[in-house]
Ligand binder design. Structure first.
Ligand SMILES: Cc1ncc(COP(=O)(O)O)c(C=O)c1O
Length: 391
């Protein structure tokens, strides 16, 4: 089947929810994706932050396939070794007490929202359910996480009514103070707003929010769906801010290419989601957990993380010298580039012609390369990106 036939079949059978590029990928190995005509592309997207070890990492593929041969799925009615070993590894690696496993970032955030409301209900009774989120945030596409998302453009009338209980604020401590009422139970934020335009939060602001939340007994929920699992050069991005949140959500890179969502909580919250209050048929699937255990072993390593920081610095330094680059922001290998006179979409399209795939974030070009990319691959990718930005 050629690419034209694949496109036609896809477009006639799949709902038209995605604006796809005119590109189909047939296979991938490491940092290189190959299209249906055999053309190779350096991948600076990691499948939107998912393939943190690149395509078809040998160790990851072995871990996944040997678990698939042993036990693929059984449900959460029973114990399995792959799931138990993974939850133990993840809680120990992150310093959180308990984890709930789902299948996506949105699901991880749904769990976080439920924990915040139930914690508050159990302690204070009814009515304390509001969650403060930030403008330009992105928390998912389910009705609750979409409502939590602080972007008017993502709240069209056709999906109304949106869920009650979310309040949006600028990244301004006075606005947050003013928004807190006797209905508030939590504050939820990303350390770097990814979809919102690669916008890192200020350290002082984050620390002030955490202090305020502590004073008012509000839970601090950090959405690390995009920033977590080594992306910023620390295992979790909030480590860059020196804070200890109550709840952290993960997805994307954690699975290394298979669907996973994780909601981690502190010791004090470990018993909030009691039996029967939450669940997922696929959550904690042994195959996914075997792959995620492998990812965690690789990424939770100081030399690996140091390399992410060094490569991020290297990319930022090189890109800032390109003609037409107005500004560059981000942390580690989560990078946003503002280009003079061109939108991110212009650059991404030109990049595809040049053999590099990148992302956009609002009007910016966004780079989320595999965390184990080599310097040679970075150099080749940057050469192609340079001409897409400069031409
Ligand atoms: C910060 C953040 N939260 C939540 C989500 C939603 O994750 P998923 O698409 O896996 O539901 C995303 C996805 O881009 C995200 O970047």
């Amino acid at each position: 089947m050629n690419f034209e036939q694949i496109k036609e079949i896809n477009n006639s059978s799949a709902m038209p929810t995605y604006g796809r590029y005119d590109l189909g990928i047939a296979s991938g190995k490491g940092t290189v994706a190959t299209d249906f005509d055999g053309k190779e592309y350096i991948d600076f997207t990691s499948g939107i932050g998912v393939n943190c070890l690149g395509y078809a990492d040998e160790g990851w593929a072995d871990a996944v396939s040997s678990q698939a041969h042993k036990l693929s799925h059984i449900s959460n009615l029973y114990y399995t070794d792959a799931t138990a070993l993974f939850t133990d590894k993840l809680t120990k690696a992150t310093g959180f007490s308990k984890v709930f496993l789902g299948n996506s970032g949105a699901e991880a955030n749904e769990c976080a929202i439920k924990i915040a409301r139930k914690y508050s209900f159990d302690k204070y009774g009814e009515g304390r359910y509001e969650i403060i989120t930030l403008l330009s945030s992105f928390h998912g596409r389910t009705m609750s996480t979409l409502t939590a998302t602080g972007q008017d453009a993502l709240h069209p009338d056709c999906f109304a009514p949106y869920n009650a209980g979310f309040v949006y604020c600028e990244k301004d401590i006075e606005q947050i103070k003013a928004a807190i009422s006797d209905k508030t139970c939590a504050v939820m934020m990303e350390m770097i707003q990814g979809e919102g335009g690669v916008i890192p939060l200020e350290k002082d602001f984050v620390n002030e929010v955490c202090a305020l939340a502590k004073e008012k007994d509000l839970l601090v929920i950090i959405d690390e769906v995009q920033t977590g699992i080594g992306r910023t050069g620390k295992l979790l991005a909030h480590e860059n801010y020196g804070i200890k949140p109550d709840v952290v959500t993960l997805a994307k890179g954690l699975g290394g290419g298979l669907p996973i969502g994780a909601c981690l909580c502190s010791e004090a919250l470990g018993g909030v989601m009691s039996a029967g209050t939450h669940g997922s048929t696929f959550g904690g699937n042994p195959i996914v957990c075997a792959g995620a255990s492998y990812v965690l072993d690789k990424v939770n390593n100081e030399a690996f993380l140091e390399n992410v920081r060094a490569n991020g610095e290297y990319i930022r330094e090189k890109v800032s010298a390109f003609k037409n680059v107005k500004s560059i922001r981000g942390m580690g290998m989560m990078i946003g580039i503002e280009v003079e006179g061109k939108t991110g979409a212009d650059v991404v399209k030109k990049g595809i012609d040049n053999g590099i795939i990148c992302l956009t974030a609002k009007t910016l070009v966004r780079l989320l390369p595999p965390l184990n990319i080599t310097r040679e691959e970075i150099d080749l990718g940057l050469e192609r990106l340079k001409s897409a930005i400069e031409e």
